[in-house]
Write a protein that binds this ligand. Structure first.
Ligand SMILES: Cc1cc2nc3c(=O)[nH]c(=O)nc-3n(C[C@H](O)[C@H](O)[C@H](O)COP(=O)(O)OP(=O)(O)OC[C@H]3O[C@@H](n4cnc5c(N)ncnc54)[C@H](O)[C@@H]3O)c2cc1C
Length: 267
């Protein structure tokens, strides 16, 4: 982890879904230490600003990030051209910690851009099938155009339990509705399951409630939380959620810790 951004060269920038782009970055000189799935980087678009973005891929020495343009810095990152440079700090935060789920059934539940931080976890699980029980991947998006990694998903094979959208368009023949309805299709033994959940907070709460109801222990429901972040090193306090500084103690936390905090509206 470095205090100052290191220059990384943009080696690819491709459209991913409506408003989101996937960037591939390679060190221009010194490389950052390795990232783990679930951790994030601070990406600095020169002249525009620095924002937290999860790592969405870790192949072949490159850092992959999927960014949705919502404001000045994220739009500037979406617009970077191959051959130019961005600043990168990291790795920051807690990861999904796949090794702690060894032997368990895995339940990956993603909403919208939340699939980005879950992608390296799924790829790691697919690469080591003997390390865990059954792998289930459940994906929700607002519309078919908002779905990430559409070309890659079929290659995930059997664990890919399904995709549902809130609003279908012409040509969509898949499921319509909230992602929790796909849980009936997932194959898992609740007391021996670890769940990994990322998406809008309302989706995280609904998914966790349903999993608790089915008997998955709260501490084995790992959720990734977002708050505004600035320093990413646990000093500035921008990302405080109750007793947690999410850049340091998160973004991935067990639902046993997250539930009471998410229940307080002002936090
Ligand atoms: C740990 C972590 C990982 C993240 N990973 C990703 C990722 O992989 N891909 C991605 O596209 N985005 C990710 N984000 C969100 C991203 O950091 C924000 O979209 C970005 O900070 C917005 O900055 P901006 O300057 O572009 O827009 P701003 O002008 O700061 O904000 C534009 C709008 O977005 C809202 N906003 C700002 N920050 C957030 C946030 N953290 N969550 C929800 N709404 C926000 C603001 O309220 C405002 O309405 C992550 C955030 C965190 C904390």
């Amino acid at each position: 982890m470095t205090a100052v951004p290191l220059p990384y060269r943009v080696t690819a920038n491709r459209p991913e879904s409506t408003g989101a782009r996937t960037l591939e970055l390679r060190p221009a000189g010194e490389a950052l230490p390795p990232f783990a799935p679930g951790q994030f980087a601070m990406l600095y678009a020169f002249g525009a600003g620095e924002i937290p973005v999860s790592v969405a891929g870790l192949d072949d020495g490159a850092l992959t990030h999927t960014v949705r343009g919502v404001g000045a810095a994220s739009r500037a990152l979406c617009a970077v051209r191959p051959g130019t440079h961005v600043g990168v700090r990291g790795p920051f935060g807690t990861g999904w910690d796949l090794p702690a789920a060894a032997g368990h059934d895995l339940l990956v539940v993603a909403g919208g851009i939340g699939l980005a931080p879950l992608r390296p976890l799924v790829r790691a699980a697919l690469a080591a099938p003997g390390g865990h029980g059954r792998l289930n991947v459940l994906i929700g998006a607002r519309t078919p155009e908002d779905l990430l990694y559409q070309e890659e998903l079929p290659g995930w094979g059997r664990p890919y339990c399904g995709v549902t959208v809130d609003r279908a368009g012409p040509g969509w023949s898949g499921d319509v509705g909230v992602v929790t309805m796909l849980l009936d299709r997932a194959v898992f033994t609740p007391p021996a399951t670890t769940a990994f959940v990322c998406g809008p907070e309302v989706m995280i709460r609904a998914t966790a409630r349903e999993l608790l109801h089915r008997g998955v222990p709260a501490h084995r429901i790992r959720v990734s939380l977002e708050r505004n972040m600035h320093c990413a090193t646990g000093h500035c306090g921008h990302c405080q959620l109750g007793p947690l500084l999410l850049c340091r103690d998160g973004p991935v936390v067990g639902y046993d810790r997250a539930e009471p905090l998410l229940a307080v509206r002002e936090l």
